[in-house]
Design a protein around this ligand. Structure first.
Ligand code: ZN
Length: 269
């Protein structure tokens, strides 16, 4: 499943390709046919992201003060977008939504959620979601208060989208390793300064992630080749590594919060 930086990057790209345009919308597969009919011919105001969720705001361009219609997408494990230059090829596989703009077409296959939301549904989803490190208005205090109430290990809490939205399995391992934090530390034991450091690191790493369109957690100053040529092993510090790059201990690997965790048993005590 893509982590937050990828979803934000998608929102940015989709805005770039389709925003302010009248979009021809359809559901070649049929499962979104009725909704697509309602959105077809509308103007896309913007695509935006919160954590791993995407929101597309549409209006009827023929109305003076149009009401917005919001399309919500969550890719889940199997969802995938394809971007084509126009004219687009025949739909490939089960295309839930096809959005044809002036010069580009975006196809969406296999999302967990693709739906139209009214304002109360949208509000309730946003209330459930945690703060997003890529949101300039984010209030980290909210995340801290939710963490304080949790006795779950910090590594499990970091995957909880209602605390911090957007962190996935790679970022949680990398963040905890960079902070020398034991993944099993109960969340409620995190001090405020520790949380503040964790939050700022997450913001910084996510911004690097969006900028370069990949997760990079090594020190950018230590890299002596073009960033886009780094392989996964060179971009990360602990995830799927055999040995800790700092002390050379064998990396511990175990299931935590239903996903595989990687940590250094020595540095992260
Ligand atoms: Zn180590």
């Amino acid at each position: 499943m893509p982590e937050g930086h990828t979803v934000h990057r998608m929102a940015r790209d989709h805005s770039k390709y389709l925003a302010q345009q009248i979009v021809n919308l359809s559901s070649p597969q049929g499962r979104f046919a009725q909704e697509a009919k309602r959105l077809n011919g509308k103007q896309l105001i913007s695509a935006s992201a919160h954590g791993k969720h995407l929101f597309y705001r549409w209006v009827n361009p023929q109305v003076v003060r149009p009401r917005e219609i919001v399309m919500h997408v969550h890719l889940g494990l199997y969802g995938k977008f394809r971007i084509h230059k126009n004219p687009p090829p025949e739909p490939r596989g089960a295309v839930r939504v096809r959005m044809i703009g002036d010069a580009h077409t975006i196809d969406l296959n296999g999302p967990t959620r693709c739906e139209i939301m009214d304002s109360s549904q949208l509000q309730s989803l946003k209330n459930r979601l945690g703060v997003d490190p890529l949101d300039p208005q984010a209030d980290p205090q909210k995340a801290y208060l939710r963490l304080c109430r949790s006795k779950k290990p910090i590594a499990t809490a970091l995957l909880d989208q209602s605390i911090i939205a957007g962190i996935g399995n790679i970022y949680r391992a990398e963040i905890l390793h960079l902070l020398d934090l034991d993944p099993e530390t109960p969340s409620c034991d995190l001090s405020r300064p520790q949380f503040d450091t964790l939050w700022q690191l997450t913001v910084d790493l996510f911004q690097i992630g969006v900028k370069h369109d990949r997760i990079i957690t090594v020190d950018l100053n230590s890299i002596n080749k073009p960033i886009r040529r780094l392989n996964k092993d060179e971009r990360l510090t602990i995830y799927k590594k055999q040995n800790c790059p700092r002390c050379n201990s064998t990396v511990r690997k175990w299931a935590l919060g239903a996903r595989t965790m990687y940590a250094c048993p020595k540095c992260q005590r």
